[in-house]
Design a binder for this molecule. Sequence first.
Ligand code: AMP
Length: 460
Amino acid sequence: MIYSDKFNDECGVFGIYGKNVKNIASTVYYGLYNLQHRGQESAGISIMNGKEIETYKGMGLIPNALHDKGIENLTGNAAIGHVRYTTQGNRLLESAQPFQQHLKLGSIAVAHNGNLVNAHVIRELMEEAGSTFATDSDTEVIIKMIGRKATEDGIINAIRSTVNAIKGSYALVILADGKLIGVRDGFGIRPLVLGQNKNGDYCLASESCALDSIEATLIRDVNPGEIVVIDENGIKSISFENNNKKMPCSFEYIYFARPDSIMDGISVYNSRVKAGMYLAKQKHVEADIVVGVPDSGVQAAIGYAKESGIEFVHGLVKNKYVGRTFIKPSQELREQAVRVKLNPLKSAIDGKRIILVDDSLVRGTTCKIIIKMMRRAGAKEVHFRLSSPIVKYPCHFGIDTPNSDELIGAIKTVDQICSEIGADSLDYLSEENLLKSLDNSSYCMGCFTGEYPISPTIHK
Ligand code: AMP
C-alpha cells in the first residue's frame, strides 16, 4: 500500500509544569495564543491535577474554541495545549487535540504537531490485535500505543518504545503520571523549544514566541531524538535516537513560523531578511520600490531593499480580520479571498517599477491576482521575487502543500510561470542561497528537492 497524505496537519503545541503554577489555565491559554498562526481550525487544553487530567476543546480560533468552557478558575500543576489546522483529514471536534485516555496509572493526554508516515500500518496491526479507533488521526495511534504499554512498562518506557516504532515528524507534549513530557523526532523536523518562567516553571512550545507571551525565557531547543521529562524532581533528558542527522524543516523559516521566533538557534526574522538580501544579489533589475506580500514576504522584501538600496514601501494593505486564505474549495473563491485580504496602496504604487517579494509560489493563484491588482493600481512594471526555491514536491511531514500536479513549479518552467502570473520578470531564491540564509546547517528541503529525511512511501 502506498502512503496517502491523509493526516496532513499543521499544528502548534504548548506545555507548562510547575509545583504551584499561578493561573495555569490562563498561562496555557496565552502561551497557545501566540501559536495561533500554526492552526486555526480547533484548539484544546488539558490540565493535570495530581494524576488526573481534564481536557477542554472546541472548534475555531482559541477564544471561540475555549470561551464557554469555564476553564479560568481551574487549578493544576501542569497543562498542555494544541492548535490544529487540518487540510484533508477529519475536521470534527473528536479529532481536535489534545487526545486523552484513562489508563490504570491515571490519565494521559497527548498533543502532536507533525505527520506520521507509518501510522496506518501500525493502526492496522493494532486493530488486528483488538484495538479500536474513534478517529483517523495519527495522534490517536500514538496515544493508544503508549497506553497499551504504559501499565506494564511504566510511562517513560512506553513512550520510548512508541517513538522507536513510529516514523515521521513529531513534536509531542504529553501529560501523564504527574509529569510533563516533550518529545522531538529523530530529525527534529518539527520545532520544539524549552523555556522557563520567572517562577522557575518549565514550559515547552512549538515556537519561542509562545514563551514570550507568558514572560518565559527560552532555554534551548529540544534536541532531535530527545525526550524531556519534567516533574517534581526537575528536568531529565533521555536520548532515544543518536544516529540521525538534524534536519529541521526549512519551510518553517520561509513561511510557517512567526518572525519573532528563534528556532534551532536561528532568528526566523533574520533568516528571511538574509534570504531577501541574497535574492537581490542573484539578479539585478532596475526598479523604484520594493514591496513585500504580507506577512512572510515582508521581511524578505526588507532584506531585498537593504541589499539593493531600493526603497522599501508598505505597498499592500492587509485586512487584519481575514485568516489564512490558502485552502479554499474553488479557484474563484481563492481569488476572491485574496482580494479581500490584500489591497494595493495606489498612492505608493502608481507609476512605479516594482519589485514584489513573496515567500513562496504554490499553485500560483495568489501572486497572479496581486500582480493584476498592482497593475490596476498603476504599477509600470512588476518584477516578482520568491524568497524560497521552486516548490516542486508535496510535504509529507506537516506543511500543507498539494500534490505535484497542482504545484505550478512542478508543471511549468520559470519562463512559463512568469508569463502565466503576468510578471515582467521572475526569480526564485536558489537552494544554495536558502541554505546560506540558514547559516548553512542541514535542513529538510523535501518540497524543493524531493529528497526527504524519511521515505514518505511506506510499503506494507
Ligand atoms: P499560491 O497562491 O497557491 O501560489 O500560494 C502562495 C501563497 O500561499 C504565498 O503567499 C504563501 O505565503 C502562502 N503559502 C505557502 N505555503 C502555504 C501553506 N502551506 N499554507 C498556507 N499558505 C501557504
